[in-house]
Design a binder for this molecule. Sequence first.
Ligand SMILES: [Zn+2]
Length: 266
Amino acid sequence: MGRPEKINLLRLIYTTMEKIVLGIFTHPDDAEMVCAGTLSLFRKAGWEVHIATMAPGDKGTAEYSREEISRIRKKEAANAAEVIGATYHCLEFEDVYVLYDRETINKTTAFIRSIHPSVVFTASPNDYMVDHELTSMVVQTACFASGIKNMEVDVPPYEPVPHMYYCDPMEGKDILGKPVIPSMYVNISGEIEVKEKMLARHESQRNWLLTHHKIDEYILAMKRFAGERGKEAGVEFAEGFRQHLGHGFPQNNILKEILGNLVVIN
Ligand SMILES: [Zn+2]
């Protein structure tokens, strides 16, 4: 008798939870580097997918003005999102100056409330750039604050607090060179071409590296790292994640519940 009750309870949770996932990072191309394969799997599972960046990537150039490169990179990010039918948003902060302050927290909270995702992916709390680390902290607070009434935010609160996952830092290490070990991997072997196609849409960055390195380092580095994570997970290509399990956040691993055998627990 216990088993049917359990199934009914699960069904209830899935029907009341909105199938909306958000990947929110610092720069255009960050999401493509660390979680595009997983976002593609969510899309295939029928989820609405949003990709957002705190900044427009306005320092990612050696030739254009801030205005020009911002316009170019936002267009590239929207083109990349389009590959999996996702929607791109930019919160219009500035590269190198993503801060943990009142304005940033309020604006990010308003944005997350307007999307009201059930699952959020963001930057690793330990990463090569402080911009990435502060994005991670701001998003953590904005998710926690999604249901808090007395904030200086126009968009009404929503509940429950979304499930939150940290993606891999650049090259899987912290600033002291220590490996950042994922607590789970998502097998993206079937999505690697989609991930590559999305990343290739960031032409300004790809061409910049191509000029410097004389090889397609942009795509090669992504595949190399996804291959390393894949090897650790016992599959061809993988993306690594750690779930935010602090007080107030959901404790169940919804990634595993949605993607099943494609999630390999470390
Ligand atoms: Zn970045």
